[in-house]
Ligand binder design. Structure first.
Ligand SMILES: NC(=O)c1ccc[n+]([C@@H]2O[C@H](COP(=O)([O-])OP(=O)(O)OC[C@H]3O[C@@H](n4cnc5c(N)ncnc54)[C@H](O)[C@@H]3O)[C@@H](O)[C@H]2O)c1
Length: 358
């Protein structure tokens, strides 16, 4: 990229924004992070140590039209990486206005500002989520038929009927699995995708979207009670407590470490063929939450995890990405196995000045 190019990263001081910041500085002459430093994520309200020093941080809310006008008056971004969001899946069911306002209105304010200030970027990159799939697609064992079971009912969850009987879940792949959100957060992430696509097509601005699986690792907020299950499990285990497992402990997830996600996002930046695509990003592996918790408990020599039978509304039963399109389009393949990722996360946690107890 030329020295004169500028990248604007909304939510750029967050977990993922900070992790990509050094790589973006290698690619752009100027990198600007627009971030409100949400209290739930940034407990000290200070610039995160993980955000590269040469990134200009503008502390402001993406819903504020005046903020956009002032910023775009002096900064004309060539590439925009849109990360700013309220990210609490379960939380979003009780704070739907907060989530729709930040994630949907925040996105539309950004788009309006580009038009109003005549600063259309050359490209937009969106961090979307595997949450858009909801429970995803399942295949019936009897006849091989693929179906969309939709949201699990409260009655089924109360009866501890966690899975859909006689069927197997399929991996998540934007090319073959339709979105089917089951949380307000997921609805807002799908709305972000649709807003950017429709707007981008109208103004000839290419959009690339990545649907990220569960990202974890060094730099994730330790104070946010609504996200970061791996950090939470580490904090429980390091206190010598058993990790509680929701449902039957057999919920399946795809935990992808932050370094791999940063590489994937930078690959999107580097790959023109990603424009117009929606690409699933995961670790290439699937584990049960119970297995992940046991790996963490073993690391800390903590007691084994305990199945509680509790459940959380908005959570889906199984989620993992089909990695093949990320490999085909981006040449991306995740490197880090879970045990190594847990060790890296645990080391980072031990070096933090303040680890909230649980
Ligand atoms: N971490 C994951 O597991 C994961 C998975 C799928 C998708 N994503 C998506 O990736 C993106 C980044 O997530 P993250 O994990 O870095 O989360 P994060 O909470 O660490 O970062 C989000 C950043 O956005 C900022 N922000 C929130 N609302 C804002 C607003 N109204 N104005 C300005 N800034 C605001 C926050 O202060 C925070 O720094 C989000 O869009 C999220 O939906 C994350």
């Amino acid at each position: 990229m030329a020295e004169s190019t500028t990248c604007l990263v909304t939510g750029g001081a967050g977990f993922i924004g900070s992790a990509v910041s050094a790589g973006l500085l290698e690619r752009f002459g100027k990198v600007v992070a627009l971030d409100s430093l949400l209290g739930q994520v940034h407990s000290t309200g200070e610039r995160p140590a993980e955000l590269a020093a040469d990134v200009e941080l503008v502390v402001a809310d993406i819903r504020d039209a005046d903020v956009w006008d002032r910023l775009l008056h002096r900064v004309r971004p060539d590439t925009v990486v849109h990360l700013a969001a309220e990210t609490g899946t379960g939380q979003s069911l009780r704070t739907s206005t907060l989530h729709t306002s930040a994630n949907v209105v925040g996105t539309s304010e950004m788009l309006d500002a580009f038009v109003r200030n005549d600063t259309l970027p050359a490209r937009l990159v969106l961090a979307s989520s595997r949450a858009v799939y909801g429970e995803g697609a399942w295949r019936r064992r009897s006849d091989g038929q693929v179906f969309y079971p939709g949201q699990r009912s409260v009655a089924a969850l109360e009866a501890a009927q966690w899975d859909f009987p006689y069927a197997e879940p399929l991996p998540m792949d934007a090319a073959s699995v339709e979105p089917n959100p089951v949380s307000v957060y997921a609805v807002t992430k799908l709305a972000q995708e649709l807003l950017l696509r429709v707007w981008g097509q109208s103004f000839a601005v290419p959009v690339a979207a990545v649907r990220l699986q569960n990202v974890y690792g060094p730099g994730q907020s330790l104070s946010n009670p609504y996200t970061g299950i791996m950090s939470l499990f580490c904090r429980i285990a390091r206190q010598g407590k058993p990790i509680p497992l929701y449902e039957d402990g057999l919920v399946r997830r795809d935990f992808v470490i932050i370094d791999d996600v940063a590489r994937a996002l930078l690959a999107v930046i580097d790959t023109e063929a990603a424009d117009g695509q929606t690409i699933d990003i995961g670790s290439g592996q699937v584990q049960t939450i119970g297995d992940a918790a046991r790996a963490i408990a073993d690391h800390y020599h903590a007691p084994p995890p305990v199945v509680t039978g509790q459940y959380r509304l908005g959570d889906v039963r199984h989620a993992w990405a089909d990695p093949s399109r990320a490999e085909a389009i981006l040449g991306f393949r995740a490197h880090c196995a879970l045990a190594e990722g847990v060790a890296r996360l645990a080391t980072w946690i031990e070096n933090q000045p303040d680890v909230p107890s649980v």
